[in-house]
Design a protein around this ligand. Structure first.
Ligand code: DGJ
Length: 745
């Protein structure tokens, strides 16, 4: 609910358990008042209306004025700390006299209240239009607060869209130049968040290729802590989400936690700032590094959103809110969406570039026999692509590998009852390719300067509309020709020499180009699904999730390493999107052996995939794969749609114990994996969560055998009976189903 108290010009944003309040001060500036948890029992009628708080900042003298928590911190009046937005005006209505000429352009923006409206059809920038049913059918309210600079007709609309059931507010800016001169935007966050003083403990994820999503926890010092990507994709080094709480006052299932995530896949930045006063701010949006955006007269720019919220159920509660929000409000549903992610097979670890019709058909037959539903041919099927040195850009079939074309393979995959998927890396080109020879000017570069290759490839210039159009056509043709049901969309290098036909706007235009191709393809082919991959987990965020069904977390498929990667991912993103493969042992990257049970138990925590070389497995191994896949299919709806509780985290125990639970505790999946066995250390028992205390549960193992029959209260107090075998590599998955049983003792 959004309520405006006109007598004090106070805006109250009321969500299920949290509130957000700001007020227009005497100068017309929106000033932040508070954001936090509603007192128990408080309702909409108790919103703030009577008092004037905001003007107290103007009574503060001298140095203190710089601490005023403006809802949008516009560079000019307040510049000592980070701004939300900085623009410059080339001229104002009066021309400077000669003595003032050097003061131009004017780097001063004042934003004053003009008007506001509450609407139900607002959308942040770069959002694909979605019409899909949600549990809460009520239209979501957005507060649009129109502000303008008094001297130049530059308008900024502050937007706040509420999803009350998840306590999430999406924040974004709309910029509009209604003047006669171009306005240059020098930096632009989607929003600046003001947290109550003392919320200095920060949780983020950082990593690298093959080691993505490692959780970092730190205490903010005075000053700035930057978490960012300086690439055309989200990046492996950090991910655009965070949790913040008072130091040591939040844990997995308790404590007040503020959380946020950016819905953007380009060069982004989260700036965590602690002022000398102890005030904490989080600025999130476009990375100002090499940023460029100019608004011509009449032009508008709508930023993507910075999604944020607060809850009192610890990091676990923050994760569950983000999961539910993404599941219900962000993830696409294709026409093939059955409510469940299919079990996938991917050829990469089996055949790499040594790909041909015979080995793919053999893999497909074995995959279908063990229960795979979607067969994806990875790199190597096109152009002259027999290694990573050539062929990228030439999206036609490699005749050497598929003399009859791809059609016979597609037909066989479909005959076997699976859908057909194809790997592509559309933003790239190898210099050794027909595309590059025809269009050497189509790549990012600066004229007359060297073009740095990485993995032997260059990046196409999506600042050129004809390049974006070309890629759309290529992919559209592939879907038409091969009935592609699933693209694995990869991107395997970072940026260098960002010279583009779009100038510095390439940072925005590249992301917009990628999104537009995906959105157009999906509109034209409603059954099409897409996986986001970038050399593993380099493009995972709430923006790409608006148009992709699942994401690839890491090229590291070692089940031991995967536990930490998946745990970090689970902080912000739902299990349904987490493609996770069982691969061969020893692992191809780490060379570490691991038991099949561990490999399945870890991969079954998300959207299960198989990457093992099935052509080399014997009958007994294939039978075991088939039995695991049958088991997974019995409970995957719980993993993909249930609430996630992290009962034991690696950080504390070297053990990962998680639970997925359906509403009312109807069913649950318990998954335990021991990564480090600490000699002499006893694992505490973990009480399960979210079950029905009065129900009886049949607890079943992967053969479908009942191993325990326990009631909800037992499970929610004592947990699963002590695990017998706590060595590193031990794991198990149990499926808990409520059963009718009278007089259970
Ligand atoms: C990187 C991806 O993460 C891998 O899964 C695989 O698709 C290769 N690229 C192919 O080049």
């Amino acid at each position: 609910m959004i309520h405006y108290a006109s007598e004090t010009k106070t805006f109250n944003l009321w969500l299920d358990t949290s509130f957000y309040v700001f007020q227009i001060d005497g100068e017309g500036r929106p000033v932040h008042l508070g954001w936090g948890l509603l007192p128990e029992g408080a309702g909409a009628a108790d919103s703030l209306r009577g008092s004037v708080y905001a003007d107290s900042y103007d009574t503060l003298l001298s140095f203190y004025t710089q601490y005023r928590p403006d809802e949008v911190l516009a560079f000019g009046e307040i510049i000592t700390y980070q701004e939300t937005l900085k623009v410059h005006f080339p001229s104002l209505s009066q021309q400077p006299d000669a003595s003032e000429a050097l003061h131009f352009p004017v780097r001063d923006l004042r934003l004053r209240y003009v008007d506001h409206e509450i609407v139900t059809d607002a959308q942040p920038g770069l959002t694909p239009l979605r019409e899909q049913p949600t549990q809460n059918a009520a239209p979501r309210e957005t507060l649009r607060l129109l502000l303008r600079d008094p001297a130049y007709p530059f308008y900024v609309t502050l937007c706040y869209r509420l999803t009350p059931e998840h306590d999430v507010i999406e924040r974004w800016l709309e910029l509009e130049n209604r003047g006669d001169d171009a306005v240059t935007v020098e930096s632009c966050n989607f929003a600046s968040l003001h947290l109550p003083n003392g919320h200095q403990e920060l949780t983020t994820a950082s990593g690298a290729w093959a080691r993505e999503f490692q959780i970092q926890r730190e205490r903010l010092k005075p000053g700035l802590r930057l978490v960012e990507s300086r690439a055309l994709q989200t990046g492996h080094a950090s991910n655009p989400f965070f949790f913040m709480n008072r130091p040591e006052q939040a844990w997995e299932d308790s404590g007040v936690v503020y959380f946020g995530q950016l819905a953007y896949s380009g060069s982004w930045r989260l700036a965590f700032e602690q002022l000398p006063t102890g005030q904490v701010r989080v600025h999130g949006g476009y990375n100002p590094f090499d940023f460029g955006l100019s608004l011509a007269p009449g032009e508008r720019h709508v930023t993507p959103s910075f999604n944020c919220g607060v809850c009192r159920e610890g990091w676990g509660g923050a994760s569950r809110r983000l999961h539910a929000f993404l599941q219900e409000r962000v993830l696409p549903r294709s026409a093939n969406w059955s409510g469940l992610r299919p079990v996938l097979y991917n050829s990469w670890e089996s055949t790499q570039f040594d790909i041909n019709f015979e080995n793919q058909v053999a893999l497909a037959r074995r995959a279908a026999a063990i229960g795979v539903e979607l067969f994806c041919v990875d790199d190597g099927w096109f152009g002259s692509r027999s290694s990573d040195t050539s062929g990228l850009g030439d999206w036609f079939v490699r005749e050497e590998a598929f003399p009859e074309g791809l059609e016979p393979l597609v037909a066989e995959v479909e005959r076997l009852g699976m859908r057909f998927g194809l790997w592509v890396e559309p933003e790239m080109v190898n210099p050794d390719s027909a595309l590059y020879r025809a269009h050497p000017d189509w790549v990012l570069h600066f004229p007359g300067r060297p073009r740095t290759e990485a993995r032997n490839q260059l990046i196409l210039d999506f600042g050129r509309p004809e390049v974006v159009e070309h890629i759309f056509k290529v992919l559209d043709d592939l879907v038409n020709r091969y009935r592609v049901a699933f693209f694995k969309w990869d991107m395997n290098r970072y940026t260098s020499e960002p010279g583009s036909a779009a100038g510095r706007e390439i940072w925005l235009r590249h992301v917009a180009g990628v999104y537009s191709i995906m959105d157009r393809l999906r509109r034209k082919h409603p059954g099409l699904e897409i996986q986001s991959c970038s050399g593993g987990g380099g493009r995972i965020d709430a923006g790409i999730m608006g148009r992709t069904d699942q994401v690839w977390l890491s090229d590291n498929t070692d089940a031991f390493d995967r536990l930490a990667i998946q745990e970090g991912f689970s902080m912000a993103y739902p299990a349904r999107t987490m493609e996770a493969w069982v691969t061969d042992s020893p692992n191809e990257i780490t060379q570490r052996p691991s038991p099949l049970a561990l490999r399945f138990d870890v991969a079954m925590r998300g959207a299960l995939g198989i990457g093992s070389n099935l052509n080399r497995l014997d009958e007994a191994e294939l039978a075991a794969y088939a039995e695991y896949i049958r088991f997974y299919k019995r409970f995957r709806h719980v993993v993909q749609h249930g609430k996630l509780y992290r009962l034991q985290r690696l950080e504390e125990y070297g053990t990962s114990m998680i639970l997925y639970v359906m509403p009312e505790g109807r069913e649950a999946v318990y998954s335990l994996a021991i990564r480090d066995f600490l000699t002499g250390k006893h694992l505490p028992q973990a009480a399960l969560r979210g079950l029905n205390p009065t129900a009886v549960y049949s607890v079943r193992d992967w053969h479908g055998d009942e191993v325990y029959r326990l009631n909800g209260t037992e499970l929610m107090t004592l947990g699963i009976p002590r695990e017998p075998n706590l060595v590193a590599g031990y794991s198990r998955t149990l499926y808990l189903v409520q059963i009718e049983e009278q007089n259970y003792v």
